[in-house]
Design a protein around this ligand. Sequence first.
Ligand code: TEU
Length: 569
Amino acid sequence: DDQAAWWRSAVVYQIYPRSFADSDGDGIGDLGGITARLDHLQTLGVDVLWLSPVHRSPQADNGYDISDYQDIDPLFGDLAQLDALLDGVHERGIRLLMDLVVNHTSDEHPWFLESRSSRENPKRDWYVWRDARPGTTPGEPGAEPNNWGSFFSGPAWHLDERTGQYYLHLFDRKQPDLNWENPEVRAAVHEMMRWWLDRGVDGFRMDVINFISKVPGLPDAPTAPGQQHGNAFALFADGPRIHEFLAEMTREVFAGREGQFLTVGEMPGVTPEEAVRYTDPARGEVDMVFQFEHVSLDTDPLDKFAWRGVELVTLKRSLHRWQDALAERGWNSLYWNNHDQPRVVSRFGDDDPQWREASAKALGTVLHGLRGTPYVYQGEELGMTNFPFTSADQHRDVEAVNYHARVLEQGLDEEAALAGMARVGRDNARTPVQWDDSPHAGFTTGEPWLPVNPNHTWLNAAAQAEDPTSVLHHYRALIRLRHELAVLAEGRTTLLLPDDPTLWVYTREHAGERLLVAVNCGREPRELEVDDTWVGAGLVLGNLPGTPEVLGSAGLRLGGWDARMYLRR
Ligand code: TEU
């Protein structure tokens, strides 16, 4: 019975190793840095550590381009240090998830080097090779086998001169897609996964795992007016064999080890209805999914950097649609931040110095009060903000760098592009974690690969460790409540005041316990009425000084970015 699944009351902490803590002074975070800071995770109270890739990689996409799945890149350390990290987390009762990036490999992976060596190579069919479009000359514009575009700008195909064919890459050209139709590919991935489980890891976060089954024939995608590449999401995501491949993976990798492991499918574009199927325990596919609906509302679907903001009503409706859809079967991941998203306090909160702390705690409250497994991304527990980018050359992320190059090449509006990159670029999440107010925030004794946010002089873990009103202490309390209150882990969610422009209010109910989560997502004080049964409920967590310990009346008055959880037994 999945009711007993341990991860239903767990909290996951994500570490992006390059930016967490550097132990050898090369300016890049590493495994030694993580192991040295495990007490931070223990006092935070998290149950699982999701580690973004540390495998051997040329770093074209900061490790999401893997050239050896069973070795550690010297940038981050070696297998002995990975084993030490495993021991370190396990002795603290924390589990470790590895990032499984198997929709694609690096173009420097031996599998790809063989595959590209000749059309007759036994591994040719491990990747997706196609001739130029009929009637065209390889290499000329429009000769690509179909009109799909890469997430990182340009076509999703690259011509390999040596054999005169194109290979598919949904991401950078240094990230060729594996051909999952080939049973040898699937068997090789399953073998590698078992190798990691035998080494002691506790599961996987599976990178764009719903992309591994694509529509056969890879047909052209419909294009919008003026759109250079077709919007091929419907053709490469959630393809016809995806459920078969995931169920096969579970059988081949986890058989006999049921219940001990956690699998999280990162599924861009997945709908609530599909997510119920993917996470239905009876189907044995994945335990939970990372969906993208709420983090795709404030940008243009055809241009991620065209930021346009989002109304609170739209945002809360999206998250509650997912609460409702997975209420009976299936399981949500809950997140605001990760290494691909801008910092939530700057995106959906208020990073004005007067309001930053209250809004960071308010957003933490409204997310951790929901049903699902919350994810805390490194630095989110401190209320870290976006970085003050002012120029293109401050960006390192291949997605942003390629985007800017294309904007210049096509003579588009560079100012708008720079503003979008500053607002939603992924490097906002990748500046070093701010440990203290020393020159590089205690992240490194060398030159950091990406500058530390100047606000680290006051926004840092050391300053917050002793401050009970800090974001850090608030996150510790939220995580403790998830362990203590069954109504938080299992309760049914009901959204109140769905059309209110700044109030986010909902209830949770389970086995006679009721929780009221009331959050004002704005600076103006707000009044609201709840039904009388709430009178006398006890405050389990507030974010502002002076919040009444007991709800004295059905009328509440919430200050700016005031967030409260009341419990009624
Ligand atoms: O991200 C998948 C993905 O879809 C993101 O690229 C997202 O769409 C984009 O960043 C939003 O603009 C995963 C990893 O999390 C990401 O870091 C990798 O770049 C990508 O896959 C390729 O491995």
